[in-house]
Design a protein around this ligand. Structure first.
Ligand code: UDX
Length: 443
């Protein structure tokens, strides 16, 4: 099949590259010339394990192409994927300007019957609206059918997920169009669920809202665990063994970040609001997440009289491991507040430091290693559970002025800290202090 993918952000690029890997002729289109030139040479604009390798391979095998010219990509395309951004408007709703711009281009340029697949996360009803919008602006006498095909990729494992996902959701008005998209995806070997367009659009929001709910739920359980001397990790294991609950997405921490959960939960609240429905549960999920991002600061403020003049190491800045993405990361609010309270912040992240320098408050000092960040620090915060941090040698903590650790991602097993010199505060678990090695105490 000849496929065009418009938008080479995270979703578009991974979609285009993996579709070329399973044998399709794919042209990725973007208006950013600099980015397109780099991608033609196989340079990925994002850090995603395995992506550059697949780009280079499929460019070399002449299946993957890049252009800034829509007409070049649309020429003879059987299917056009729209994967441009739907950023958050100030009121939390999804901004559809970019999707509409592409729809106009399609209407003006296509010369053959085409299926338009919308990958971007869009409010329920948008696919139908875009279908009418394209028909309204069509210049030639051709048939266009819009199909919804939401993505469920996770950053950091997007390539793996493309080949091992749980399902591919296809929402279409006609079985014929759905079958074509099913055939395109067949080589991925993933179960396909075909449904109507509006349900497909809703599945994306409902899935992300449910996962966000699981996270806020376990975070609230963690907060209660801290107050009743229970251990949230044990609780998560115990409830996760019930298959109706499942053991995934029950890691307590400093809340969810990233490009999807924060944006999609708020967008779903807006969607509900537009049809006069107050989604009370989801409002709670969003509020709990906001509070959870401040939890380590509260713990610090309880532990120390003032943070003014303290040297605080921050380990991990990305919103989760294996990505350089800082969007909606807890590190943004935490580092800003530390600086506001007069602390000196020395930060380290294995991959996300370049993005951090562009995103975080400028007065942060960046270290080249975990060791350098910790040296002479009065306290350390762990914000991302990178393997480098989880499996670090605890002897390094000896170089801190006072080895007091606040771990927002429960990186260390409490049992491994028995003879440790560190004072260890984590989420939903007992505080461990060096002088009382076996008796675990609480704040
Ligand atoms: C998510 C969805 O998983 C994916 O299906 C969708 O397409 C896009 O959004 P992503 O944002 O890449 O993917 O990351 P994910 O691994 O889901 O984690 C999101 C956030 O939740 C991270 O900040 C992570 O630290 C947090 N999280 C996740 C928890 O706090 N606890 C958990 O148990 C799981």
């Amino acid at each position: 099949m000849n496929i065009a993918v418009v938008g080479t952000g995270y979703v578009g690029l991974v979609t285009g590259v993996t579709l070329s890997e399973i044998g399709h002729q794919v042209t990725c289109i973007d208006i950013d010339e600099d980015k397109i030139e780099k991608m033609k040479r196989g340079q990925s604009p994002i850090y995603e394990p395995g992506l550059s390798e697949l780009m280079l391979k499929n460019i070399a095998e002449n299946r993957l192409h890049f252009t800034t010219h829509h007409e070049e990509g649309f020429y003879k395309a059987d299917v056009i994927y729209i994967a441009v951004g739907t950023p958050e408007n100030e009121d939390g709703s999804a901004n559809l300007t970019y999707v509409e711009e592409v729809a106009i281009k399609i209407a003006e340029l296509i010369e053959q019957d085409t299926i338009v697949v919308i990958k971007s996360t869009v409010p329920v009803g948008t696919n139908d609206r875009i279908q009418q919008f394209i028909h309204h602006h069509l210049i030639r006498n051709v048939k266009v059918e819009v199909v919804s095909n939401p993505e469920f990729l996770k950053e950091g494992t997007a390539i793996y997920d493309s080949f091992h996902g749980d399902r591919i959701v296809i929402g279409a008005n006609s079985l014929q169009a759905a079958n074509i998209i099913e055939q395109i995806n067949k080589p991925f070997g993933i179960p396909v669920f075909i449904t109507d367009i509006r349900s497909a659009e809703m599945i994306k929001y409902a899935a992300n809202a449910f996962l966000a709910t699981k996270i806020s739920f376990i975070n609230e359980i963690a907060n209660i665990c801290e107050r009743v001397n229970a251990d949230v990790e044990q609780v998560a294991k115990g409830i996760g063994m019930d298959q109706r609950i499942g053991n995934k997405f029950l890691n307590a921490g400093i809340g969810y970040g990233g490009s999807c959960f924060p944006k999609d939960t708020k967008a779903l609240l807006k969607i509900a609001g537009h049809v006069d429905y107050e989604f009370e549960l989801l409002k709670g999920v969003v509020n709990v997440n906001k509070q959870q991002q401040y939890l380590l600061l509260k713990k610090l403020n309880n532990r120390f009289e003032t943070l003014n003049g303290m040297r605080i190491a921050v380990l991990g800045l990305a919103f989760k491991p294996n990505t350089d993405d800082l969007r909606e990361a807890a590190s943004i609010v935490i580092t800003e507040e530390l600086i506001n309270q007069g602390a000196q912040v020395i930060a380290f992240d294995p991959i996300a430091m370049e993005n951090a320098k562009k995103t975080l408050v400028t007065s942060i000092i960046y270290a080249d290693s975990i060791e350098e960040a910790l040296r002479d620090a009065d306290a350390a915060l762990i914000l991302t559970e990178w393997d480098d941090i989880k499996y670090m040698d605890h002897a390094i903590f000896k170089t801190m002025r006072t080895p007091i650790i606040f771990d927002g991602r429960n990186c260390f097993e409490l049992s491994s800290l028995k003879d440790s010199i560190i004072e260890y505060h984590s989420i939903g678990r007992p505080v461990v202090k060096p002088e009382i090695t076996n008796a675990l105490i609480y704040d």
